[in-house]
Design a protein around this ligand. Sequence first.
Ligand code: SAM
Length: 197
Amino acid sequence: MGYKSEIQNKNLAWFLPRPRPPFTYKGVMPLWGEEWLLELAGDLLGKQDYDLLSLFCGLCKQGFRIDINPDVKPDLVADAHNFVDLLPAGMMFDVILADPPYSDEEAKQLYGTGKLNYKKWTSECIRVLRPNGLLIVYHKLMMPNPDPKKFIVVKRVFLGIRTWHLPRVAIYFQRRDAEFIHEQGDAITSNPKWKEN
Ligand SMILES: C[S@@+](CC[C@H](N)C(=O)[O-])C[C@H]1O[C@@H](n2cnc3c(N)ncnc32)[C@H](O)[C@@H]1O
């Protein structure tokens, strides 16, 4: 399978070499990171006006912002593992941008926060993500598909940032609706095309 294949066409690489000001908050995205990631989400959805949830928002500015740290003045102070029941009833999103701490050690050292359970917080996201909506997981690891029966990978953005820093990767998981899952059911697990997810 060549580099022009469908699988490879999902990949993008950006070089955004400056942290976004203010630099005082640990783990902020690179300059233009938030804006470019969200514009790409709009391009994938075919509309730039969409309902956005920024989970683990830190100092990210856009959308409905959730963080466990009240100092970053989120719209909702909540633990990502249990936030849905704290939202206004029926609130749903087209895009969720999630930028969690990258490890339990970093969570403790940088933010004084507890261990993360990927399965648990992504399950919360599924509860409020509309069909065909995008869950963007921004990380230094290639994070797995939270649920291959509910999501497919539609884009991966590899971000080069500062020298002597690890690159980051933003994976765009698109939620498929029940009909798709019903129709594709076995294909998702048996067709090699889906294995990358
Ligand atoms: C990598 S930082 C986000 C930085 C942000 N993207 C920016 O550019 O400013 C991770 C954030 O996750 C928050 N956090 C850590 N554990 C959390 C949890 N269990 N629930 C919600 N937020 C959490 C931290 O307070 C921190 O603001």
